[in-house]
Design a protein around this ligand. Structure first.
Ligand code: BGC
Length: 832
């Protein structure tokens, strides 16, 4: 996938007259003590128009160019949001959805600080995170990078994260602005959202990032919003972000998300990334000369970039801090602590967890038990080291007998070794004919042709094919498949980037786009001895490269898994997705990856004491396996230290305290976006017809109830709620206080949630909306009174006719709960 190392050509010609600098009155900008705005003004005055036009397009894929003559340093950007990616190995934190599930703003702040430290250890000025797009449907391939379904929760977690990052002298970037709620066809789909829904559901987290977090940068999304690309959406960028919210930092595009340079320039885009493909002199100069674009528009963009550079001290000091270790135990500890607080216990029948001292043997089974699972795409960070669940259990419970069984088919890389391929019809030469091209479109004569017995290439650097560049090449593999036995044959391809597979001349796998390693498969009935022509086409665009092709008959054999499960007191099945099955660039399935349901059921049949540990960025279809299990632990993607945190939770060394940041529906059809998530008539427009009724806002007023509600999560202890007092405070405010008591047998933390509802309103409002929360750690028996302040925003809604947020004074219900469905206390308050 082209996630980094891009060296695209760019248009360099500038009119000779534009090369001359206007001499500065005084080089105030060199004075670190001068006010930021004065420095910005002075430096801007010293720039030529050519320099300015050049400045607003990215450089070397992840930089803003330096200008030596003016002392401007090159500014280095790096992903985000779950680790500092792109500068080699780094601490890999849990997925953002786990951060949201922690409901712990202090942990989110610590995460931000740690990311800031990691960034400085690598000389990174701008971190491309957090992501705050709303969780609308479970399949969105990037839910794991975001902060759940609720705008208030997402906003508060983002603010803490941003403040943490920026406290370290590193700029955070809130993304993807806006309405990027699916990966499916993300470059072409328009998210059609009515104004009130946009303002109340999809924008508040961005607004909080800007107004409370004072985020330094915002990234536009790939998609269109109401028919206009985000990068040229003046309503989003000029009216709302820069106008109403007063954002004074940098608005950058997502990587290759700019479509029209002049339109983007006018509509508020400040920086085209990764390079000035459209917003460049070639396109902008004619508009400037014709007077249809004012130079002040360009000045404003440059000013914003300079403002951030001066504000964060980038002009005055090097960003690289060699005193911070790259592999940093302190940031690894932050990753561990976060995982401990964000893993959610969803089911725990007969208190099977924590495993008590009478449990002496555990059968650990499943593809995710021994590996480090993380979501795929631009957020994927290679860690220096990681702890699997197996390693975590072994380290923390040396007295426990832990057996391990993968329980699934061998990985494709292994299966690819045994394929019934032959280089041509009638040929006895095993393998396929491989042709390699020095371009991505398989054009012209191949640069190299050879026979390859096995198609299994993972090329971290340049491929081992003479004459082929490291990036931007293609391959075609042809031959026949000639099975000896009839049967249903699985064709599976793992690729980074695009592939398409033809069998018998028919396109059977079409995955022709840029992506990280992604697995796709199809099952076809084949006759014994018959030949079927096959053709696999592959292209590589940049960064990592992989193409692996297998053809095999699946033999599902759970004998080992069930034998292990029977032999142990408890079976723990670790399943779910990983970076090849859930990630940026495409949506994932709602069902678990293939064979995992069968595996869980086979194990649960062999041993009723079965616990499932699930890796996923959101919900999965649980209907056909959950009833067979005793416990379910939602691990999300728990980061490099995840195996330790999970083992601690299974063993009771840590009491789980995460709560769902999204409603988990029983079946996909129950989700309010079900009929308007994919583009049903192919017009590339997704109408957000559910309006405000996203997640719990929908389930609250529907007969359909979710499997697990928003805000739900079990603990090894119990909590009591009492003594609710809600006091009206000044204009539009209230103070909520109540007592939480740890009434159970273990120390633990509770997330108390404060929801608000106005019964009598001139417009329809959700039955409840989260407006406050607090996470409190209580020793067993301990009680604490907590206070949650509510301000006017808590009672407001978007008054579409007036185009502003406001509230209608009157009576409001305040509901305090341990989840959106478990309301423990209720009171009403008169809001003045
Ligand atoms: C992603 C962004 C990311 C950028 C740079 C894009 O594909 O959508 O979130 O920051 O790549 O890696």
């Amino acid at each position: 996938m082209l996630f980094f190392s891009y060296a695209g050509s760019r248009w360099l010609a500038v009119a000779a007259g534009l090369l001359f600098a206007i001499p500065a009155a005084a080089q105030v900008y060199k004075n670190p003590k001068a006010p930021v705005e004065e420095r910005v003004k002075a430096l801007l005055a010293d720039m030529t128009l050519a320099e300015k036009l050049d400045y607003i397009g990215g450089y070397k894929y992840f930089s803003i160019r330096g200008i030596e003559r003016l002392g401007l340093p090159e500014i280095l950007l790096s992903d985000g949001p779950v680790g500092v990616r792109g500068e080699g190995k780094s601490t890999a934190y849990p997925a953002s959805v786990l951060t949201a599930a922690s409901w712990d703003t202090a942990a989110a702040h610590a995460l931000g600080r740690a990311l800031g430290q990691d960034a400085k250890a690598r000389g990174v000025h701008v971190l491309l995170g957090p992501g705050v797009n709303i969780y609308r449907a479970p399949m969105n391939g990037r839910n794991f990078e975001y902060l759940g379904e609720d705008p208030y929760l997402a906003g508060q977690m983002a603010v803490s994260y941003i403040k943490g990052v920026q406290s370290q002298g590193v700029v955070a970037t809130v993304k993807h602005f806006a309405g990027n709620n699916q990966e499916w066809d993300r470059n072409r789909v328009s998210s059609d959202i009515d104004e009130r829904t946009l303002q109340e559901i999809y924008l508040p987290a961005f607004r909080a990032a800007v107004q409370q977090g004072h985020v330094g940068a915002v990234m536009n999304s790939y998609n269109l919003v109401n028919g206009v690309h985000a990068t040229q959406n003046a309503h989003l960028n000029n009216d709302i972000l820069k106008g109403r919210w007063g954002f004074d930092g940098i608005l950058m595009s997502d990587w290759v998300a700019t479509y029209d340079g002049v339109a983007a320039a006018k509509a508020g885009l400040d920086l085209e990334m990764p390079s000035a493909a459209f917003m460049n002199s070639k396109n902008l100069l004619p508009a400037l000369q014709a007077g249809t674009l004012s130079e002040e528009v360009i000045n404003d963009k440059v000013r914003r970039i300079l403002r951030i550079i001066f504000r964060y001290g980038f002009y005055d000091r090097p960003q690289l801090d060699r005193t911070i270790p790259a592999d940093n135990p302190a940031t690894a500890a932050v990753a561990l602590n976060l995982a401990r607080g964000g893993i959610v216990l969803l089911k725990n029948e007969q208190d099977i967890l924590p495993l008590n001292s009478s449990v002496k043997s555990v059968a650990l089974i499943g593809p995710n038990a021994k590996s480090y699972a993380a979501g795929g795409g631009s957020s994927l960070v290679p860690p220096f080291h990681s702890v699997s669940l197996l390693q975590g259990l072994q380290a923390l419970a040396p007295g426990l007998k832990v057996s391990y069984t993968a329980g699934t088919l061998p990985p494709l890389e292994e299966l690819a070794e045994k394929t019934p391929f032959y280089a041509a019809a009638g040929s006895q030469v095993a393998g396929l004919k491989a042709e390699y091209f020095t371009n991505q479109n398989l054009e012209g004569a191949p640069a190299a042709t050879r026979n390859e017995a096995v198609i299994n290439h993972v090329w971290p650097a340049a491929p081992d094919v003479a004459g082929l560049p490291a990036d931007h090449f293609a391959a075609r593999y042809t031959g026949v498949v000639r099975p000896t036995n009839a049967g249903l044959y699985k064709f599976a391809v793992k690729s980074d980037d695009g592939v398409r597979l033809f069998v018998d001349g028919k396109l059977v796998i079409d995955n022709w786009h840029n992506q990280g390693p992604t697995l796709r498969s199809v099952a076809l009935p084949l006759e014994a001895g018959q030949e079927h022509p096959i053709k696999l086409e592959y292209y590589e665009n940049g960064g990592g490269a992989q193409v692996t092709l297998g053809c095999y008959v699946e033999v599902l054999d759970f004998t080992e898994a069930t034998r292990a499960a029977t032999a142990a007191q408890v079976a723990v099945v670790a399943v779910g997705f990983d970076n090849t099955s859930e990630g940026e660039g495409s949506d994932r399935t709602f069902s678990l990856p293939e064979h995992q349901v069968e595996l869980i059921n086979a194990v649960a049949k062999a041993n009723p004491n079965t616990v499932v540990v699930l890796n996923a960025g959101g919900n999965v279809d649980m209907t056909n396996w959950l009833p067979a299990t005793k416990a379910l632990v939602q691990a999300w993607y728990p980061g490099q230290e995840g195996g330790t945190a999970l083992a601690e939770i299974l063993l009771g060394k840590i009491n789980p305290s995460g709560k769902l940041p999204a409603s988990f529906e029983r079946q996909w059809a129950d989700n309010p976006t079900h009929d308007n998530y994919y583009d049903p008539d192919g017009d590339k427009r997704v109408a957000y017809k559910e309006g405000l009724n996203v997640g719990y806002r929908y389930y609250d007023q529907s007969k359909v109830k979710p499997q697990f509600s928003f805000g739900f999560g079990l603990s090894y202890t119990t909590f009591g709620y009492s003594n609710l007092k809600v006091v009206s405070k000044g204009k539009g405010g209230a103070t909520v206080s109540f007592t939480i008591t740890n009434t159970g047998k273990a120390d633990g933390a509770e997330v108390a949630q404060v929801y608000v509802h106005q019964a009598k309103s001139p417009v329809a409002r959700p039955l409840k909306e989260l407006k406050g929360f607090t996470k409190v750690f209580l020793k067993k028996g301990e009680a604490r009174t907590v206070t949650v302040p509510l301000d006017a925003a808590a009672f407001s809604y978007f008054k579409t006719a007036k185009n502003v947020f406001g509230y209608d004074p009157g009576s409001f219900d305040v509901l305090v709960g341990s989840s959106s469905a478990l309301i423990k206390l209720k009171a009403s308050v008169q809001v003045k």
